[in-house]
Design a protein around this ligand. Structure first.
Ligand SMILES: Nc1ncnc2c1ncn2[C@@H]1O[C@H](COP(=O)(O)OP(=O)(O)OP(=O)(O)O)[C@@H](O)[C@H]1O
Length: 592
């Protein structure tokens, strides 16, 4: 994320948004053509109406009636066709651009995760992905082409009016300028308000999402009243911002209507003054008045849209904030084949803090994990266990020191290659709304069904999967079958085993399992990972005991390292930790 938020003027915003239309330029030319045709056919229909009145005044209406009717019908049909064409093309382009935006936004989130989540709450991010992008429809479907139409159409009409009554042409030009000035005059306010409304909306969305995600806790912790108050406060704030925004919209709309009304009156007076005086036929009066009124029509329409530029550009800024966010780590390393590196891990004087103002979360950490070794990282809460894993996965880079795999600095490897080195089972297992078979196959996309089932058997997941209504074809995830924490963990373990990477990272992967399943899986992991290096964050005594070696952390430093027996004899960090934990109590009662 950029440290200093860049400020974009409206012009720059228009330029960068317009660039997105480059690949649709032919369609946009067609849309503008249809828009001009639409506006001109409206003018034609109005002028025909005025001509009819003129003919009636001159007593020639009955002679020309057939022509008048035919021409009016033609103007209406042409208008309908142009209107449909303009709407169709503009929306076709707009929705394609919005889809492009969504895809790029998601790519961007993937690229900069987790940096983006440090600066934006997930609800805010969801708001950008959904409603900010949606707002862009106004720009692409109703603004970009319409501005060009609002320039081209009045110009054509002014050329026609110039032939009839140049003075009125000049007057209408002045009214058009007055109309354009209204949204420009309130531009600063509109931009401020637009930003506030979008931010308030995103905050309110974030609170709503929090309520949905934390519904269980809201009910069980009796936080209902507190949450409702918080939600109400955010909604009240959003209402105030939206109401101020709408008040400005109303004032500007009123002024625009005033310009339109006064211009009509002035046009009528000027036309009345000239009709008769300069030998101009009376039947021209209505035509002149209608023509002058229709000059302002598209200008007023676009000024009405411009009242909402505050929202449109605030949404654009929020979208570009995500698109242009800088990742925390640079992916400049080379591709390395996973099999070519020895799966040994070395932390060499690694120091790291999450933010400048925070203490070190890793403080001159040095340790070595040998190929094929199973190592447990233990330590009290906040000691830095997860930080080690975050650094190993390169979600962040160390401030000092370096991490090597097979002797190679992980910053010199591409993120894709690094990812291929690891199979990971983290605490929060996310299942996608696809079949369980496919959820496991995410570990290795080319795996056969038999390989998936084999991995599930190794992870002790096969049995419960077979008991589900559709077995491996049962759809999991949101809206699918609900699985217990332990079942989800077993699926994640199957995924990781299927991936077959040389290094396995387990963040207390058995924390949600009952004792029997835990023992089975520990054994299975031991067997299936005999030739792999395993790094596990360990809270449970059983996990700690299953490791070849334990690294015990204290305040981001390595406090001690050794086998379980060695460390228990030492009576240091691990011993203290176990004495304080429930596991130790269980052990005292005879549990393993
Ligand atoms: N994303 C983050 N932003 C800022 N500080 C963080 C972040 N994650 C962890 N920390 C801080 O870094 C320190 C180490 O945290 P870490 O999560 O690595 O500890 P841990 O040993 O894994 O703890 P636990 O067992 O409770 O998960 C703590 O002081 C923690 O508050």
């Amino acid at each position: 994320m950029n440290k200093e938020e860049k400020k974009f003027t409206r012009l720059k915003n228009v330029i960068r948004l317009s660039k997105r239309l480059k690949k649709y330029r032919l369609r946009m030319v067609a849309a503008v053509g249809a828009g001009v045709g639409n506006q001109l056919s409206i003018v034609a229909a109005s002028v025909l109406g005025a001509w009819t009145v003129g003919l009636a005044i001159d007593g020639k209406l009955m002679q020309e009636l057939n022509h008048v009717i035919a021409a009016t019908i033609a103007a209406i049909i042409i208008r309908i066709l142009f209107y449909a064409l303009e709407m169709w093309i503009c929306h076709d382009v707009a929705f394609k651009v919005l889809a492009d935006f969504r895809i790029q936004l998601f790519d961007s989130i993937e690229r900069v995760s987790p940096a983006i989540l440090l600066n934006m709450r997930s609800g805010q991010l969801a708001s950008t992905l959904m409603s900010d992008v949606e707002i862009m429809e106004w720009f692409f479907a109703h603004t970009f082409g319409s501005v060009l139409v609002a320039i081209i159409t009045p110009l054509i009409l002014m050329i026609i009016l110039w032939q009839i009554l140049p003075i009125l042409d000049l007057v209408m030009f002045l009214f058009a300028v007055a109309a354009v000035i209204i949204p420009i005059w309130r531009k600063k306010k509109a931009d401020e308000q637009g930003k506030e409304v979008r931010e308030a909306l995103a905050d309110a969305n974030a609170v709503t999402l929090e309520g949905v995600q934390g519904l269980k806790e809201i009910l069980t912790l009796n936080y209902r009243t507190g949450y409702e108050e918080k939600n109400r406060a955010y909604l009240e704030r959003m209402y105030k911002k939206q109401f101020s925004y709408s008040k400005r919209l109303g004032t500007e709309g009123m002024l625009l209507q005033m310009v339109l009304g006064v211009s009509g009156l002035v046009a009528a007076l000027i036309a009345a003054w000239y009709v008769g005086k300069d030998g101009m036929p009376a039947s021209m009066y209505t035509i002149i008045v209608v023509l002058s009124a229709t000059i302002l029509g598209p200008v007023i329409e676009i000024c009405n849209t411009a009242r909402n530029f505050g929202l449109i550009f605030a949404a654009a800024d929020r979208i570009y904030r995500v698109l242009e966010a800088e990742p925390l780590v640079e992916d400049t390393g080379k591709d390395v084949e996973a099999g070519k590196l020895t799966p040994e891990i070395q932390f060499d004087h690694v120091s790291f803090r999450y933010r400048e103002e925070l203490d070190l979360a890793a403080d001159d950490l040095s340790f070595h994990i040998h190929p094929g070794e199973h190592v447990a990282i233990a330590g009290a809460s906040g000691a830095g266990k997860s930080t080690c894993i975050q650094l190993l996965l390169r979600n962040w880079d160390p401030e000092k020191g370096c991490i090597r795999i097979g002797g190679k600095d992980i910053r010199d490897m591409s993120l894709k290659s690094l990812n291929e080195m690891y199979g990971t089972v983290l605490q929060d297992v996310y299942l996608f709304q696809i079949s369980i078979l496919e959820n496991i196959r995410l570990g290795r996309s080319g795996a056969t069904d038999e390989e998936v089932i084999e991995a599930a058997k190794e992870a002790f997941a096969h049995e419960f999967i077979m008991e589900l209504p559709d077995g491996y074809q049962t759809v999991a995830g949101e809206g699918g079958v609900k699985l217990s924490g332990g079942q989800r963990q077993r699926i994640a373990i199957a995924r990781a085993l299927l991936k077959g990477s040389p290094i396995l990272i387990l963040d207390e992967a058995v924390s949600n399992l009952d004792t029997e399943n835990e023992r089975n899986i520990q054994e299975s992991i031991q067997q299936s990972t005999q030739n792999r290096t395993v790094v596990m964050i360990a809270h449970r005594l059983s996990t700690i005991k299953s490791a070849d070696r334990i690294i015990c952390l204290e305040h981001g430093k390595v406090a001690e390292t050794g086998t379980f027996e060695e460390l228990m004899e030492k009576k240091g960090c691990l011993k203290k930790l176990l004495e304080n934990s429930a596991d130790t109590n269980n052990t005292k009662k005879g549990e393993p």
